[in-house]
Design a protein around this ligand. Sequence first.
Ligand code: FEO
Length: 395
Amino acid sequence: MKFEIAPNVYWVGKIDWELRKFHGEEYSTHRGSSYNSYLVKDEKIALIDTVWMPFAKEFVGNLAKEVDLDAIDYVIANHAEMDHSGALPELMRHIPDTPVYCTANGVKSLKGHYHQNWNFQVVKTGDTLSLGNKELVFIEAMMLHWPDSMMSYLTGDAILFSNDAFGQHIASESMFNDLVVQSELFEEATKYYANILTPFSPLVAKKINEVMALNLPVNAICPSHGVIWRDNPLQIAQKYLQWAADYQENQITIIYDTMWDGTRMLAEHIAKGIKQKDDTVTVKLCNIARSDINDVVTEVFKSKAILVGSPTINRGILNAMAAFLEMITGLRFKNKKAAAFGCYGWSGESIKILTDHLTNAGFAVMNDGLKAMWQPSDEALTQALEFGEEFAGKV
Ligand code: FEO
C-alpha cells in the first residue's frame, strides 16, 4: 500500500491491523497501529523512517516496487526506536553506503540496536538538506520521547514529519484525520499522550512553542503512527499545549482492586458520596484487575483527583494495584489530588502503602485514608459515603 500526501510525497509504511500490545506488553493498542514511512521525491530522493522489524522484508519489497532502492539518496532516521528503525538493517543491506541522517544520540541508539557502522550523518536543529527544489529542515526534539528524537520539515509542501509526536495507535484504511471517526481519533491521541508523553510535558510545551515561533506554514503533520493531520493540522499541536499544561477535566476516578467485594463496596459508596456533594463532577470507577491499565491511565490523565483502594494482603496490596501505582509513578502526573481506602482483616497496612505510593508519585494526598475492618458494616459504608462527600468538597 502506498498513497500520496502531496505531489511526489508518499506514505510507504505498514498498517499493523493485528497489533494489540506495544512496547512489549506495556501499551494496549485496541485499534492496531501503523508504522509510517515517507518517501519524498525531488531531484534527490529521501526516505523518512522505516517500520518495525517483523515487517522489514515486506516493507523493503514494497519500497523497491515504488523506487529503485539505489536511487534513494538519503535515509532520514527521525527516531531510533525499533518500531521505526527496525527495517533499517534490511534496507541498508541493499544500499549500504547511502547516508543515514539522524541526531548524535540517534547514532548512539542505532549503533546500540544494530551494531552497524552505517554512513551516519549527524544533524542538529536548523540544519538543512537540499533535495533540489525543496529542502528538509531538521528539528531536534530531545526526550520527545527519546534522547535521539527529531522532526523533519519539508519546505515547499510545508509538511512536518513529527515522528512519535502527534501520533495515535490506529490502523485505518483512511489515513487522514478528516476521514476517520473523530471521537476514536481523539480517544487514541489522548491515550497516546497520557501513556507516553505525560512525563515530558514541560518539554512538549517548550518544543511546540519554539516551532510555532518560527511561523512556518504547516499544510500537514505526518506522525510516525496513525493518521496524518491534514485538516487544520495545528489543531493537534494546540491540543498538545492543553495536555502539557497539567491537564485535567472535572472528573474523579476511583481505582480499586478487591478480594471479597469489601473494597468494591467502599468504592461504590465513596462514588455515591462524591455525587451527593457535587453532581457536576464525572465519577468513574475502575477495577484495576479487570480493566485495561493504559485505559485507566488515560482516565487518570483526565482526572482532577483519584482515589485508590486495595485490601491488605500479606501486609501489602494486591498486585494489579501495585503495577498500576508503579506505572503512574513513572508518568509523573502533576496537579492532581488523591486519597486511599481499603478493607483489612487484622494488620491493615494497605492504606499507608497506597498513600506513600501516591505521595511518591507526586499526587497531593488529601487525608489519612479510609479503612474498614472485615466486610464493611452499614456504619462503615456510611463512613465511606461521608468520606466521598468530604473528598469532593476538598477537590
Ligand atoms: Fe514509535 Fe518511540 O517509537
